[in-house]
Design a protein around this ligand. Structure first.
Ligand code: KG4
Ligand code: ZN
Length: 357
């Protein structure tokens, strides 16, 4: 009888070990989206997204993000966004095994809202907290759909704040290959959109208007595209577009579409050429695309060609996870949560300028 009980106990332990799972609440407030997500992370690397709620701020009146204003909006939205994410997941805060929060890089007043909210909830409930790197989280958003990525991988992260090429020898190693010297790719989209009188954020607007334009109408510069480095620069391109706009003003719908298409083509061309060079440089088996700009169809088309040419597999985050969101924060913290490598809740600090690798 005793022996049989032992066998049962043994079996039970194996079963619970095999089914180890953590419910994680992810909170993102680094820029202008208040994002909260609930996931179930399993120790085989698989993830089930239970909810993904994003309260997006409207910056049309200011044409861009004003940090203090954005922080006030986060403060207004954060609790209701958390409640909504929990309700959509059909859980309560006490069902959570972990709280993950972005601590950097990002806008200091905005990061503070997320970190202080997470700290308050963690202290009140005793749930462990995991301070999470925003850029690593963008990379992690790909692991929802692709839990078994083949390494080495190259990551192209192109957002409103960053343009980076990262070499990942394994899932937990990040080596920076290069980054932008001036504007980020998303920022270039946003600023060029502004020159064309389009709304903020400019990336989706440029992409929409470019559909009716000729990408070869204007030959805009491809700065640093053939210099052998993995760095980017978009300032020269931006200036070239500005001169072209000033020369043609007032713009017709067609010239605006042609400029949008040609500028998009120039940005995509530089990103794709550098990504291809990076894949070849490290003999990458996967090419991971992340950041808000990865929503761009022209970019994805070009990277698909790069993937075919190099033999690397192109991995793109699931829809809804390209831009800033809470799910990616939770997914990024999952391996640490499963190993119980929690952050020190008392001493958790924001880090607005955080190195990427
Ligand atoms: O990752 P993200 O949501 O926030 C940051 O961390 O910056 O990226 C936002 C950026 C904005 O600059 C926006 O214009 C750009 O991503 N973006 C796009 C597209 N959708 C968003 N850029 C080009 N094409 C798009 N379809
Ligand atoms: Zn981001």
């Amino acid at each position: 009888m005793k022996a049989r009980g032992d066998v049962h106990l043994h079996f039970f332990l194996i079963l619970t070990y095999a089914m180890r799972m953590k419910r994680i609440l992810g909170i993102e407030t680094s820029c202008d989206d208040t994002g909260v997500g609930v996931i179930e992370a399993h120790d085989d690397g698989s993830v089930v997204v239970r909810s993904n709620v994003i309260a997006t701020q409207d910056h049309r009146s200011t044409g861009g993000v004003v940090p203090e204003r954005a922080a006030r909006r986060h403060a207004d939205a954060i609790m209701s966004t958390i409640e909504k994410a929990l309700a959509e997941a059909g859980v309560t805060l006490n069902d959570m095994d972990a709280i993950a929060v972005t601590y950097g890089p990002g806008l200091a007043p905005c990061l503070l809202v997320g970190v202080e909210t997470a700290r308050t909830l963690a202290v009140a409930t005793g749930i462990p907290v995991y301070a999470t790197h925003h850029m690593h989280a963008h990379i992690a958003s790909t692991f929802v759909e692709h839990p078994h990525v083949e390494f080495p991988a190259v990551v192209l992260l192109a957002s409103g704040g960053h343009t980076l090429l990262v070499h990942m020898p394994s899932r937990s190693e990040y080596r920076l290959l290069g980054g932008t010297r001036d504007d980020a790719a998303g920022e270039a989209f946003d600023k060029i959109a502004k020159m064309l009188g389009l709304a903020y954020p400019g990336g989706p607007e440029i992409a929409r208007v470019a559909e009716d334009g000729n990408p070869r109408a204007y030959r805009f510069p491809r700065p640093m595209s053939a210099d052998g480095s993995f760095d980017f620069s978009f300032a020269g391109l931006k200036t070239a577009v500005l001169y072209q706009v000033q020369k043609l003003e007032p713009l017709t719908a067609q010239t605006r579409a042609d400029i949008a298409a040609s500028a998009q083509e120039a940005i995509v061309d530089v990103l794709a050429r550098k990504a291809q060079a990076a894949v070849e440089h490290v003999a990458a088996r996967s090419l991971i695309l992340g950041g808000g700009v990865s929503a761009n169809h022209a970019l994805r088309e070009r990277l698909r060609e790069v993937a075919i040419h190099t033999g690397a597999q192109l991995l793109v985050p699931s829809p809804g996870l390209f831009t800033d969101n809470g799910v990616m924060i939770a997914v990024c913290a999952a391996p640490r949560a499963l190993r119980d490598e929690r952050s020190d809740v008392e001493h958790m600090r924001i880090s607005p300028v955080l190195p990427t690798a």
